[in-house]
Design a protein around this ligand. Sequence first.
Ligand SMILES: C[S@@+](CC[C@H](N)C(=O)[O-])C[C@H]1O[C@@H](n2cnc3c(N)ncnc32)[C@H](O)[C@@H]1O
Length: 280
Amino acid sequence: MLLKWAGGKSWLTNNHKQIFHSQESLISRAFNNHPSIEYKRYIEPFLGGGAVFKYLKPVNKSILSDINDELIGFYNCLKYKPKELYLCTQNHMMSHCEDYYYEIRAKNNLEDEIKKASRFLYLNRTCYNGIYRVNSKGQFNVPIGDSKDFNASEKEFIKYSKMLSKAEIKNEDFRISINKAKENDLIFVDPPYVTKSNESSFDMYSANQFDWSAQEELSEILEAKNKEGSHIIVTNINDKDICKLYDKKNGWQHKPINRANVMSYDSQGVKYKEVVISNI
Ligand SMILES: C[S@@+](CC[C@H](N)C(=O)[O-])C[C@H]1O[C@@H](n2cnc3c(N)ncnc32)[C@H](O)[C@@H]1O
């Protein structure tokens, strides 16, 4: 939603829609009716750019969360003050140049929610590769990138604000938000891609702590929710240690995939870099 986010899943919603739909709902989508898999509430504990929430447009209550407090501040501002956020972001975009970028980047202790959120969006859209990285003092330190292509309209901001109207948007750790899930809720889980052999492979969210033990703990919490009857979809690296965390005997299906559009799965999953693990 308006952001460029490292590890964002729009490639998944563009190229692998079948993951989010029953066969029946895929057919109805073809007739412009958009039901998806049946669920009560939607829970996304590693929200980032929110590509899957944006795709599913849940009609009931959602719980959206992430450990990044600036990101969550931005979404709450988008939800409650879309017009003000639009205007403030437009002003940044119109002034954009190298000096202006570094001047705004240096303003890291703003108090006003709209100014903070528009700074966050402006830096995200103009920094190098949409990376979010902060130094030891928590100050954003990504250099300027070469993209200036942000032209979202006020209408778009208002559309996202409406989409978020039934969402509770929280700055919290995945352990807290996943534990809120109940029977028939849908949990979409997209953690940082950390493996047992490479815990530092993903240095794009430097304010966060997510290592192999977090990856293990995540699978344990999800196993408990699996037993309680939540619907769960996890995306991750197609790695043998990751796959071992989700036992097929407990109802987990492993679907190796590539970013490109492929409708069928290789049973060995040899050449597929990512995997979708789900119990639906
Ligand atoms: C792969 S990204 C999610 C991308 C998202 N699915 C999208 O489409 O843009 C992973 C997210 O997990 C968040 N994160 C890292 N550690 C976390 C933790 N312990 N609890 C909650 N969120 C965390 C990061 O801030 C980052 O936004």
